[in-house]
Design a protein around this ligand. Structure first.
Ligand code: SME
Length: 137
């Protein structure tokens, strides 16, 4: 990742890299708390455009992570009641909160077209990615 780039350009590069290099990562994006509002706003992403650029806290997997501050691994999205579908091809999802100075300010969200692909290794890896991203914000 080119150190001369802006934070947005770096995050876009990270999204593209993760999507390209990890076979079970089919959509990779960052959501961030939208100012003082109790909602998330879509930031940089790689993959198909989504209508869900604003997600209220509590809604969907992303909105639940905004409130829980916990990793959320969904092996089968169809089994979730509180889920926002972005694409019918998506089978599973992982959302990892992003902390800056101990505060949950956003998250990385990954959709997969593969059923039940995410392991503890994905959680650990994506926690590391978010830790590194927090340093460039
Ligand atoms: N599926 C997410 C919405 C975001 S899209 O996956 C890009 C959710 O339920 O919060």
């Amino acid at each position: 990742i080119d150190s001369n780039k802006t934070p947005d350009a770096k995050m876009l590069a990270i999204c593209k890299l993760l999507k390209a290099e990890v076979p079970h990562y089919d959509w990779v994006g960052f959501y961030f708390k939208n100012g003082d509002k109790r909602e998330l706003k879509l930031g940089q992403y790689a993959g198909a455009p989504t209508d869900h650029t604003i997600i209220p806290f509590g809604k969907g997997i992303c909105g639940q992570v905004a409130e829980s501050n916990e990793n959320f691994v969904v092996p089968d999205v169809q089994a979730q009641d509180n889920y926002i579908a972005c694409s019918i091809t998506v089978k599973s999802e992982i959302v990892i909160p992003l902390f800056l100075n101990g505060e949950n300010i956003g998250q990385i969200d990954i959709d997969s077209n593969t059923p039940d692909p995410f392991t503890k290794a994905d959680e650990t890896f994506l926690e590391f990615v978010n830790f590194e991203v927090a340093k460039i914000l």
